[in-house]
Write a protein that binds this ligand. Structure first.
Ligand code: RB5
Length: 143
C-alpha cells in the first residue's frame, strides 16, 4: 500500500496521483488533506512518514508546493528516507542508491504530467543493494 499525503498546495496533484495509481490497480491510502483549504504540511508529512516507518504502508508519496517542507518534515522520523525528486532520473537514483521510501514532489515547480512519470519510475525502480547497503545503514544510524 502506498500512503499519500499533501497540503493545500499539493492537493490537486495528490488527487491526480491517487486517481492515476487507482487506475493502475496500485493500492493507496489517502492521509489528507482533503481540500485546498490552507493546512500545515508537517501534519501530513508526519501521518504518511509514520505509516511508512511503522509498516502500515510500503512507501509514501508527499506533495506540497515545493516538496521541500514535506521532505524536511518526513526525514525527521527514524527509518524514513524521503527524497525530493524533480525529474525521472532523480526518482530512479533515489531508489537505486538511497532506497528512498518516501517520494516528495513540488506541485508548484514541476509539470503535473511529468510528476506522474516520476511516480511511475519511483514505484517500479528497486534498490541496487551492494555497495549502497552500508551507506543507507549509515543514514539509519544518524541520530
Ligand atoms: C504552502 O504555501 C507552501 O509553503 C508549502 O506547500 C510548501 O511549499 C512548503 O515547503
Amino acid at each position: 500500500m502506498i500512503a499519500l499525503g499533501s497540503d493545500h498546495a499539493g492537493f490537486e496533484l495528490k488527487e491526480k496521483i491517487k486517481k492515476y495509481l487507482e487506475e493502475k490497480k496500485v493500492e493507496t491510502k489517502d492521509y489528507g488533506c482533503f481540500s485546498d483549504d490552507p493546512v500545515d504540511y508537517p501534519d501530513y508529512a508526519e501521518k504518511v512518514a509514520k505509516a511508512v516507518a511503522n509498516g502500515d504502508a510500503d512507501r509514501g508519496i508527499l506533495v506540497c508546493g515545493t516538496g521541500l517542507g514535506m521532505s524536511m518534515s518526513a526525514n525527521k522520523l527514524p527509518g524514513i528516507r524521503a527524497a525530493l525528486c524533480w525529474n525521472e532520473k532523480a526518482a530512479e537514483m533515489s531508489r537505486k542508491h538511497n532506497d528512498a521510501n518516501v517520494l516528495c514532489l513540488g506541485a508548484r515547480l514541476i509539470d503535473h504530467t511529468d510528476a506522474l512519470r516520476i511516480v511511475d519510475v519511483w514505484l517500479k525502480t528497486s534498490f541496487d543493494g551492494g555497495r549502497h547497503i552500508k551507506r543507507v545503514e549509515k543514514i539509519n544510524k544518524i541520530v
